[in-house]
Design a protein around this ligand. Structure first.
Ligand SMILES: [Zn+2]
Length: 229
């Protein structure tokens, strides 16, 4: 298979996100990050915990699935391959977050917890937050047990069925980005402040890491957002 390295290493960016002092990217590889920012990551465990990264926070900053920061010179990042990488920014507060939302984290409402974190730590209300959901496996390809979709409905209400399509008996497809968009809206983020960036990791034509397609050795994307020093 031909690999077009230069094209591959171009990160996806969110249209309209030209906030002063804030940089971000959904990089197809784990290495492509702005060199002038110190990167802080976490040991991801498919949970719902988030950490606040300060200027002196070491990386990895413990076991968690998301980070928030308002520290200049720092970038926070999550690695994914099919799970949803969610980047959040409150431009006026100059606060940012990176969240790893697989089905377990999505079910546990990790994006809503990040929204609360902006208010708790930086005084930024949900209405001031912009959210970008990066390349992940979408409803076209993410086949799972219906029982898992039922758990989303039990946890978050009937609206969750809108992200589900029935398939073969007992199975169907779930669109995890739709799930997280609904959860962000419910947490108070305006619908017009939520964007989808990049294609499905499994069937999109970009050369993105997909656990379902490539298996465990297939690499990961790195989605990062930081604050210029
Ligand atoms: Zn797909």
């Amino acid at each position: 298979m031909l690999c077009y390295r230069d094209e591959m290493s171009e990160p996806f960016v969110t249209p309209g996100w030209d906030f002063e002092g804030v940089e971000h990217g959904f990089a197809p590889q784990e290495t492509a990050v702005a060199e002038h920012l110190r990167l802080v990551r976490v040991t991801q465990v498919h949970g719902r915990e988030l950490v606040v990264a300060r200027a002196d926070t070491a990386s990895p900053a413990g076991e968690a699935d998301g980070l928030l920061t308002a520290a200049p010179g720092l970038a926070v990042a999550v690695a994914t391959a099919d799970c949803v990488p969610v980047l959040l920014v409150a431009p006026d507060a100059r606060a940012v977050a990176a969240v790893h939302a697989g089905w377990r984290g999505s079910l546990a409402g990790i994006v809503a917890r990040a929204v609360v974190g902006f208010s708790e730590h930086f005084g930024a209300p949900a209405t001031a937050i912009r959210a970008a959901l990066g390349p992940s496996i979408d409803g076209c390809c993410y086949e799972i047990e219906r029982e898992i979709a039922q758990r989303f409905v039990d946890q978050h209400g009937l609206e969750m069925w809108s992200a589900w399509k029935d398939g073969t008996p007992g199975k169907g497809t779930l669109d995890l980005r739709s799930v997280n968009e609904l959860l962000l809206e419910r947490a108070g983020v305006p619908e017009e402040s939520i964007q989808r960036v990049g294609p499905c990791t499994a069937c999109g034509d970009a050369d993105l890491a997909s656990y379902r397609v490539d298996g465990p050795g297939g690499g990961r994307q790195l989605s990062w957002i930081g604050i210029s020093a």
